[in-house]
Every structure is written in C-alpha cells, then in structure tokens.
Design a protein around this ligand. Structure first.
Ligand SMILES: O=CC(=O)O
Length: 338
C-alpha cells in the first residue's frame, strides 16, 4: 500500500476578509493553520514550543503586526525551520526584513502584492493632490463647524492644469498616477533609482533628485520605505523645493521627516500637504492635526472592497504557486535573482 504524503502547512497571520473562497480552495492542497498567540511574545513562544513546526508558507497582512511584530531577525530565528515562503498581502513590505529572510539557510522567499494596488492608491493620490492644491480641508472643516467656508475664508487654491508634478518613485503606483495626473493637465517629471524605458515611463521626463525637488509644483512620494529611503525628504530637501510647493504622500510616512514637514508648512514654504500615511501610525504628529492646510486620510489607499479582494487573492495565488511549482508569482525585487 502506498503512503500519502501529508499536505504542506500554511500559516495565516491576520485576517482574510474578502477572499474566503480562494482561501478555502487553498485548503484542498494545504493544511491551513493559525496561531493561538495574540501577541509577539506568545507567538515566539508558540514557535519555540514547536507548535507551528512543518509550516512551509505564511500568509500575512499588514495588520498582523499586532500579532507578531516585525518579521525581523528575532522572529525569523523563532519561526519553524520548515518555512520557505512568506506571502505579504500588501504592496509595501517594510515590516519584513527581506535581507534577513534571504540570509536564512535555506532562504525564506518573500512576495508582495504589486499591480492590484495601483489604481486604488493612485486614485487616493490624485484625490490628495486635488484636495491639497485646492486647500479643501479648510473649507470642509469650517462647514462642519457651521462657518460656511470659514472665518476668514481660506485662500484661493490652485488648478492642476499646467502644474509640474514630480513623482519620486516610478513603480506601478507612480506610473498609474502619471496617467491620471496628465488627464488633469499636469506635466509629469519623475525620479527613480533607474531611468525607465520610454514605454514604461509613458514619456515622462526623467530628472535628477535635486531637479525634481527644485522644479516641481507638486511633489508626490511613491517610493518604498527601506533603509535607503527613510527620511529621504527632510529639512535639506524642503529647502531645495519651490516656495509654496504642495507635498503628497501615499507611500509610507517614514520616507519623510514629519517634523520637518510640519516646520515647512508652518513657515509657508509648503503651501499644503495631502497625506495618507504617517511616520508612526496610528499616531499623528500634532503639528499636522493643527495645520488646516493638511488633508489627512488614515491610510486608506487600498481601502475598497474590489482592491482588498484582489490583493488577498493575489497573495493567496503566491502561496498556491509556491506550493505547486516552487516559485512565488511576485517575488519582492530584492529576491528576484535568489
Ligand atoms: O499600504 C498599503 C500597502 O502597502 O499595500
């Protein structure tokens, strides 16, 4: 009689809120398990006690940070030696130390969710650009206080038509934003680690980092957070920008020095800002809360049922492909050659 090999174990960290059908279907090829722990200390203990032994792949959400903390060296040391893949359900994977994952023997391969997030995030990005250019926050807040446009009324805003939009980070979201901004009449320039082909950039002009800072009417941050990009925009960079520049961020709060932004806003160097992300979420710098020229969105870039479903399905697809063909569908760029 032939023996049947046990199904690989897949650990779920965080919730599946939309793609239950895909998750259930994954259960036909894998044993789906969840930790009992609800905080990092207990989770590490659970791993050390061998309760998660045999786990080959992890599905994780951004919210699972509360359950396990960062996927750093300490956590990787505790995670079962059987672990080969982590499928992150998000575009930004700054919660995962990819370098430490690559250094494990054998390596832990990591995937994120590109593409599926692009439209929804670029939509919020465009909303923030328009909202910040028009300084809608002031009037909208005044209206809720029964003061119509406010006392005094806010200064007149600015039209996007003819303004230079500088996109810092021309990945999927940056490229999607470029198309949307052009519909509003903006002229798009960009800076990126590498200049893109004309086909990918859609003809947007590639400029140096400093040129982007000094010539943009609106600076949009669309780059991932990592050790090279933390506080890439700070005091010195604001000094290089045009007076009255508009700054928007849908990437990660820590790519910008928030205190320096508050200072630049208070001095009027920055006319207005549109932020979907913050340095220490959910904490918001009081200087941002106080400043009426800032439009604040509590990290809702992908907060739509269609996009959340697509993201969860994409992350689950990564696990399915890893189990079935031994390769992730969308490995993170740092590991494409691993
Ligand atoms: O912030 C959201 C994401 O990284 O997907």
């Amino acid at each position: 009689m032939g023996s049947t090999s046990p199904m690989p174990k897949v650990l779920k960290l965080g919730n599946i809120d939309h793609a239950q059908a895909a998750w259930t279907a994954l259960g036909e090829v894998a044993e789906l398990v969840e930790p009992a722990a609800t905080d990092r200390a207990d989770f590490i203990q659970e791993c050390k006690d061998g309760k998660l032994d045999g786990v080959v792949a992890i599905y994780r959400t951004i919210g699972s940070l509360a359950q396990t903390g960062l996927v750093d060296e300490e956590l990787l040391k505790a995670l079962p030696s059987s672990l080969r893949y982590i499928a992150h359900c998000g575009a930004g994977y700054d919660q995962i130390d990819v370098h430490a994952c690559s250094a494990r023997n054998p390596p832990v391969r990591v995937s994120n969710v590109p593409t599926a997030v692009d439209d929804a995030t670029a939509d919020v990005n465009m909303f923030l650009i328009l909202g910040a250019l028009r300084n809608f926050n002031t009037g909208m807040n005044a209206l809720r206080k029964g003061q119509w446009r406010g006392l005094p009324a806010p200064p007149l805003g600015h039209d996007p038509q003819g303004k230079v939009l500088g996109i810092l980070g021309m990945g999927g979201i940056g490229r999607n934003l470029k198309k949307k901004a052009e519909v509003f009449g903006m002229k798009v320039i960009y800076h990126n680690r590498r200049k893109l082909s004309d086909e990918l950039s859609g003809g947007a002009q590639y400029v140096s980092f400093d040129e982007l800072l000094s010539t943009s009417d609106v600076v949009s941050l669309n780059l991932p957070l990592n050790k090279n990009t933390r506080h890439i925009i700070g005091k010195a960079e604001f000094a290089k920008m045009k007076d009255g520049v508009v700054v928007v961020n849908t990437a990660r709060g820590a790519v910008m020095d928030e205190a320096a932004l508050v200072d630049a806003l208070n001095r009027g160097k920055v006319f207005s800002a549109g932020l979907d992300v913050f340095e220490n979420e959910p904490y918001i710098h009081p200087g941002l809360l106080k400043n009426q020229n800032v439009i604040l969105v509590p990290h809702m870039g992908t907060w739509t049922s269609e996009t959340m479903l697509a993201m969860e399905e994409w992350a689950i697809d990564n696990i399915r492909m890893a189990l079935e063909v031994g390769k992730l569908k969308s490995p993170v760029p740092e590991q494409v050659d691993l």
